[in-house]
Design a protein around this ligand. Structure first.
Ligand SMILES: Cc1ncc(COP(=O)(O)O)c(C=O)c1O
Length: 496
């Protein structure tokens, strides 16, 4: 037997519980597709149709359509692997999850080992109690700020020499970005309540899919807070603009019984697009000008995938403007930038104690602090050597090439003109040469759906109908472990 680690699809088949295998076997045992012998395009269409219309899956995944599409894709790939024999034939690009490619293995192992050493040291020193401050250890928070400074440019703010110190104090280490968003939403509602006001959450339709779920759940669908969605426009890269902010405030003027927060993701999910520094600065300035008491939640989980100089340029107008930065709560996470989704490692921070206190209180109330594992892991990441940081830059470049190649395969080849809208103007083609994040989001032609895209392109993404007009499909490359689509992009001209 080979010593090589099993490929992900093989690993999925190892355990006793394997819903993908079980569903595949159940569906194959039925008459409709059980007899397929030859892997023809016609046969693939039949498999896709059978799985997407499977009653058991429809019932089991009621209300969780994205999960059903992802599961259906896995089952189709498994059935097709059995018929066709090629596990790579179908590319499942639905879930924004990550699996690190083999060239990252040793670097990630080194970081995990370092985290274990920190953890063992703490245990040896008898530090086994609760994280009583409920924001992570000071050592970790200090290391985090030093690490983030490279991308955010805190220490350059000569008008605020204490900024790094303040942020170290007002950082909360949390079990992943989603948990951080939950504490932030609950904290903002609590803060409004303390002021005898009702909170209002505003966000663009191009927002992380879990965000509306968290905001709506915490708002109890309007009972304790209001929500408002602003339509993302293709011509602005699907990001908010200063004009949209001004229009919003013309219709919803700030009032004493109301507090407002804006949720903004400068490097977008699902869009995969990056807001320009000018657009971000203008948008945040417009918020503060119209509503000096507004809170801006900047979800920056993808910031550190950009080149350092680009990340700095994006942050310059925000961190550099004390008035704006004082209204900001930043969310960050290592799930995507470090391919560590399963570790649950994130943080939030604010330079303003008034914005930091309530979410941090929620964290304290609900959890009595972060786990030692997460604290030590975040310290280990933050203390990465230059060589380790360079390795993660390579990971981001690996994903960039996959996104770019996928764009060339699906759009520039011209092979799938009948599936994708001619207007993909939210994508800046030149920008595909720089790392952004894990996603390619394409506008579909009217009436085209996941099944057709899968049958013809062999790629399965997730449909998103929130960014009207039209339907978009987000493809995520984080689970690709070997170069797959990169070959479709033109080679960079050789430098002279
Ligand atoms: C924009 C955005 N924010 C936050 C998260 C949450 O990440 P995690 O909870 O894994 O840290 C994600 C994950 O996909 C995301 O895309």
């Amino acid at each position: 037997m080979s010593d090589a680690p099993a490929a992900p699809h093989e690993r999925e088949l190892e355990g006793e519980e394997n819903p993908i295998r079980d569903h595949a076997e159940r569906i194959m045992s039925g008459g409709e597709i059980g007899g397929i012998q030859k892997a023809t395009h016609e046969a693939l269409l039949r498999v896709i149709d059978r799985v997407f219309n499977d009653e058991t899956l429809i019932v089991n995944f009621k209300g969780a359509d994205i999960r059903r599409v992802a599961m259906s894709g896995n089952i189709i790939a498994e059935i097709w692997r059995r018929i066709h024999g090629d596990p790579e034939m179908i590319q499942l690009l639905t879930i924004g999850d990550t699996e690190i490619p083999p060239f990252m293995q040793r670097t990630v192992e080194r970081i995990i080992k370092r985290a274990h050493i920190f953890h063992m040291d703490a245990i040896r020193e008898g530090k086994t109690g609760y994280d009583v401050a409920a924001k992570g250890t000071e050592e970790t928070r200090r290391a985090l700020m030093k690490f983030l400074d490279r991308y955010y440019g805190f220490s350059e703010q000569t008008d605020r020499p204490d900024l790094m110190k303040t942020l170290t104090k007002q950082t909360c280490v949390v079990h992943g970005g989603m948990t951080g968003l939950d504490y932030i939403t609950a904290g903002l509602i609590q803060r409004a309540d303390n002021k005898g006001a009702k909170h209002n959450f505003v966000w663009p339709s191009n927002s992380f899919g879990t965000w509306p779920s968290i905001a709506n759940m915490r708002s109890r669908n309007g009972a304790v807070a209001d929500t408002h969605i602003i339509k993302s426009e293709q011509k602005h890269g699907l990001h908010l603009t200063p004009e949209q902010v001004t229009t919003y405030y013309k219709e919803h003027q700030p009032a004493p019984g109301k507090t407002t927060s804006w949720y903004i993701t400068p490097v977008g999910n699902p869009s995969g697009t990056k807001i320009t520094p000018r657009q971000l600065q203008g948008t945040c300035e417009a918020i503060v000008k119209n509503d000096p008491e507004a809170v801006i939640i900047l979800d920056l989980v993808y910031l550190r995938m950009l080149k350092v100089e680009e990340a700095r340029a994006l942050m310059a107008g925000i961190v550099g403007n004390a008035e704006v930065f004082n209204r900001v709560i930043v969310l960050d996470s290592f799930s995507k930038t470090h391919g560590l989704c399963g570790e649950r490692a994130g943080l939030f921070f604010s330079a303003n104690p008034d914005l930091f206190t309530d979410p941090q209180n929620v964290m304290m109330l609900l959890t009595a602090g972060v786990s030692k594992q997460t604290d030590c892991l975040e310290r280990a990441i933050a203390m990465s050597s230059d060589g380790e940081i360079a390795k993660f830059d390579k990971l981001h470049e690996f994903w960039r090439k996959e996104v770019e190649g996928l764009y060339y395969y699906l759009i520039k080849s011209g092979e799938f003109k009948h599936l994708f809208d001619e207007d993909q103007s939210h994508i800046n083609e030149a920008g595909l040469k720089d790392p952004t994040n894990l996603y390619l989001c394409l506008k579909l032609k009217n009436g085209v759906d996941s099944k057709q895209i899968l049958a013809e392109t062999h790629c399965l993404g997730v449909e998103d109908g929130r960014m009207q007009p039209g339907t978009y499909m987000r493809f995520a490359v984080g689970k690709i472990r070997q170069p797959t689509f990169a070959k479709y992009a033109p080679k960079k001209p050789a430098s002279t």
